[in-house]
Design a binder for this molecule. Sequence first.
Ligand SMILES: *[C@@H]1O[C@H](CO)[C@@H](O)[C@H](O)[C@H]1NC(C)=O
Ligand SMILES: *[C@@H]1O[C@H](CO)[C@@H](O)[C@H](O)[C@H]1NC(C)=O
Ligand SMILES: *[C@@H]1O[C@H](CO)[C@@H](O)[C@H](O)[C@H]1NC(C)=O
Ligand SMILES: *[C@@H]1O[C@H](CO)[C@@H](O)[C@H](O)[C@H]1NC(C)=O
Ligand SMILES: *[C@@H]1O[C@H](CO)[C@@H](O)[C@H](O)[C@H]1NC(C)=O
Length: 483
Amino acid sequence: MNQRYALFSALISLLLFSCRNGRYVSVSAATCHPDDESGLLAFKSGFTEDPSGMLSNWKPGTDCCQWSGINCRENNRVTTVTLNGQPDNPKSYLSGTFSPLLSKVQNLDGIYFQNLRNITGTFPRFVFDLPKLIYVYIENNKLSGPLPNDIGRLSRFGALSVTGNRFFGSIPSSISQLTQLGQLRLSNNLLTGPIPDGLRQLKTLTYLDLAGNRLSGKIPNFFNSFPDLLFLVLSRNKFTGGIPTSIASLAPKLINLELGNNQLSEKIPEFISNFKALDTLDLSSNQFSGVLPKSFKNLTKIFNLNLARNNLVDPFPDLAVKGIESLDLSYNKFKLGKIPKWVTSSTIIYSLKLAGCGIKMRLEDWKPSETFFYDFIDLSDNEISGSAVNLVNSTEYLVGFSASGNQLNFNLSDIKLPKTLKYLDLSKNQLFGSVPQSVVGLEKLNLSYNKLCGMIPANKFPAAVFAGNACLCRAPLSPCRRQ
Ligand SMILES: *[C@@H]1O[C@H](CO)[C@@H](O)[C@H](O)[C@H]1NC(C)=O
Ligand SMILES: *[C@@H]1O[C@H](CO)[C@@H](O)[C@H](O)[C@H]1NC(C)=O
Ligand SMILES: *[C@@H]1O[C@H](CO)[C@@H](O)[C@H](O)[C@H]1NC(C)=O
Ligand SMILES: *[C@@H]1O[C@H](CO)[C@@H](O)[C@H](O)[C@H]1NC(C)=O
Ligand SMILES: *[C@@H]1O[C@H](CO)[C@@H](O)[C@H](O)[C@H]1NC(C)=O
């Protein structure tokens, strides 16, 4: 046995011995750097409420590297703090403010404060005092005020997300100095003004999300500056004008293009079809007009397509997609006649919205390849006749079904609703029979303007949802007359 091996095995047994006695653990506990411990404890004291106990093991004298949400590297210095509220747990939030004393934790390179919901205060300026900080995600809290004018000083940042707060004012022009950013997410705030032209300096962006603000003006024509951009999300703002031509240079890599809910106009450009990798295209609720380019059918990878609420006209090209997952073409000027074959044949579709699309058929004649995954179907305001009984019965997980404003004529007593259903709108059809017991547990219902008759089962809905039928009676309508 050579000497080194002997030394090594001696060390190992010493380690094992101390571990077994719990001593090794307690020795390491002392190694959390005192500045980190005191900085984190000061940070904790900025919170006034922690009902789910997110920070309950942040206790003085214990190893702060073991505290929940803390990561350490390099000589046990704290490098990341992660505090995540659980969106589906109403008690999982923090109240209070982000204490500036977090700046004592000098080796931090990432902070992830997500869904804490009830943190107030302004932009946390302590980030300027953390020399190694690169990744900053402060999402879904309640911070407000302007973004700092000197935000450009954070030029080493690789990711900045302040999505879901209440920041207002314009996007500071110094943002052009954040030239290392891969991700910039300022979505769901109250930001106003145009997109600063200096954003073109952020040449390494892969993800740009400015959705859900009040940004205005034209979308700048600067997209040839972003060779790596994969996600471009500018929905729910007040942008005007057309889709800038330089967006063409994001092909073929771009995966998501979301420009919905703006005031964009003009035609949908031919170059859209060069986006061979496009998975999600949302141009809904704008004023796009004219025909779709013929080459649109080249978008063979598209899974989520939303063109609803524009002024687009026929012909709608036959898409050569492998399978669509969600589709919304509602309320354009399309006269599709039938539900397109490439929709009917999709085996992965979960959301189909073709309201006001000029569909004229018997619903029984629609034979979708797969109904198993359907969550939402909206076929309102078409000329669809026949019965919805078989379609609804063939779904397993349907949450919402709307077919208002058609010519459906079937006995509503025959319908069998999936357990998952929450919303049902069959208003303005020619349904007959009576209101089945199964609808009373739904969250939303509308059976108005049909030919229903008989006693309404006890329910919580207002009279309006039963109005305009043949002879429905009992609450919330008038009592039934004695025979
Ligand atoms: C949010 O914080 C404020 C002030 O910090 C507090 O008054 C309020 O009760 C908190 N809200 C919730 C839902 O806890
Ligand atoms: C795209 O569509 C056009 C027009 O339909 C067609 O001529 C062209 O060959 C297609 N390009 C590719 C790369 O598929
Ligand atoms: C619903 O579907 C099941 C199974 O596919 C079938 O047995 C049943 O008869 C259908 N019910 C109605 C009302 O169509
Ligand atoms: C509707 O169906 C129910 C149950 O199958 C039946 O009792 C009723 O007579 C039907 N109503 C009409 C108007 O056909
Ligand atoms: C029910 O449907 C009618 C007709 O489509 C519509 O006018 C009304 O607003 C709807 N009511 C509710 C409560 O959804």
